[in-house]
Design a protein around this ligand. Structure first.
Ligand code: AMP
Length: 211
């Protein structure tokens, strides 16, 4: 899942995980878990995340490759928030060694809509489910509909950090659109519609044999 922060990568990846029953791997969630557990990686990652910057490629690659080598990934997996730089994308292609052909879904959304979405986003501190305080509010105030844990605002969902994350996306991640277009594996989806409409487009790009 490629796309700017707030385009709906996490939401679509979670829906796809339910449908395909393959792991949903969010590098952001993995990093937040390291931060919460105060691991050495978490301590380093927090420094970058709080400023809206990317974590150095090698740290991300070590973490991600360790995760996708686990047995639950043999039938495939959904990557959410990875790759975010050209070296990450090239390392992933090298690792796949042409044996499997990724499907790259580019979730496209205008910056103004992203800012509006992210400043009003809250997420479950336990399962990560996102809510929008106006468009998709939780049913019971400040708790998650799925697991009843507390809803919080991510520390990087403040306007200053969102603007920085968008700049980082345009400078470092958007070039991947050209990279995957060249490999002929990119599908762009307009994300201003409802999550259900977007999901039907997402599913339409998955080959029948994998559904
Ligand atoms: P996300 O939850 O995907 O919005 O990611 C939150 C933050 O985690 C980002 O702003 C980065 O600081 C860091 N991060 C997540 N994925 C990556 C990645 N693939 N490469 C570098 N940094 C990442």
């Amino acid at each position: 899942m490629l796309g700017p922060p707030g385009a709906g990568k996490g939401t679509q990846a979670a829906m796809l995980h339910e449908k395909l029953e393959i792991p949903h791997i969010s590098t952001g969630d993995l990093l937040r878990e390291h931060v919460r557990r105060e691991t050495p990686l978490g301590k380093q990652a927090k420094f970058f995340m709080d400023k809206g910057n990317l974590i150095p490629d090698q740290l991300i690659l070590d973490m991600l490759f360790e995760r996708i080598s686990q047995t639950d990934c043999v039938k495939g997996y959904i990557l959410d928030g990875f790759p975010r730089t050209l070296p990450q994308a090239e390392s992933l292609q090298n690792r796949l060694k042409g044996q499997s052909r990724p499907i790259v879904l580019n979730l496209d959304l205008a910056d103004a809509t992203i800012i509006e979405r992210l400043t009003k986003r809250v997420v479950c501190e336990s399962c990560g489910t996102p809510y929008h305080l106006i468009y998709s509010p939780p049913k019971n105030g400040g708790v998650c509909d799925k697991c009843s844990a507390k809803l919080i605002q991510r520390s990087d969902d403040t306007e200053t950090v969102i603007l920085k994350r968008l700049k980082v996306y345009h400078d470092q991640t958007a070039p991947l659109i050209a990279y995957y277009t060249q490999l002929k594996i990119l599908h762009t989806i307009d994300c201003k519609n409802s999550k259900e409409t977007i999901f039907s487009e997402v599913v339409a790009h998955i080959p029948q044999s994998q559904k």
